[in-house]
Design a protein around this ligand. Structure first.
Ligand code: ZN
Length: 187
């Protein structure tokens, strides 16, 4: 188990303020935008990774300052705040049900089961949607015989745990262009 950032409960204004301030201080490697790779060897990887890490570090730092952490499940890369909430609801319902002697009948038992199944179904759907997304892209690249992209996507699939966390937990709106920027550079 590791921690999940609760974007829904965090101070987004503070997060925004910190990222604006710090991102402006990160030097942009403009030369990379104009640079061309050799046919077989890319010599820009280190610079791209370096820039990427600087951006990610700023966002991690801002999140640490402004966004609350709760325990989450690191083995599920698609984990998000909705699943976290359903999990908490299910646990609460279970505790109340257990406290009154675990009755097998009655509305509280039905409510407990309702919360439990809702949570289980949501996890299943989120896992399927996540797998489909990655697999769709893989087969697209394969059909277009875009082996370079296919290879990159395979690496991405392998490492998606870290990266996907960022896309999943990015709050809607202002952070999207930043993430697109990063992924634009990478893929
Ligand atoms: Zn290159």
């Amino acid at each position: 188990m590791s921690n999940v950032l609760r974007w829904d409960k965090g101070d987004l204004a503070l997060y925004y303020q910190i990222t604006v301030q710090l991102l402006q201080q990160v030097p942009v490697p403009y030369d990379l935008l104009l640079a061309k790779c050799d046919d077989h060897i890319c010599t820009h990887e280190e610079d791209i990774n370096c820039f990427y890490n600087e951006l990610v570090n700023v966002m991690k730092y801002a999140a640490k300052c402004a966004i609350q952490l709760v325990r989450g499940d690191n083995s599920k890369p698609y984990w998000n705040v909705v699943l976290q909430q359903l999990k908490e609801d299910s646990i609460q319902a279970h505790l109340v049900w257990a406290a009154i002697g675990k009755p097998r009948q009655g509305w509280l038992n039905r409510f407990r089961l309702h919360c439990k199944y809702k949570y289980k179904i949501a996890i299943k759907n989120a896992a399927l949607a996540f797998e489909w997304d990655v697999d769709d892209e893989l087969s697209e690249h394969y059909l277009r015989k875009d082996m370079d992209q296919l290879w990159k996507k395979m690496v991405f699939k392998k490492e998606y745990r870290t990266i996907a966390c960022w896309t999943v937990y990015w709050p809607a709106g202002y952070c999207k262009p930043i993430s697109r920027g990063i992924f634009g550079l990478l893929f």
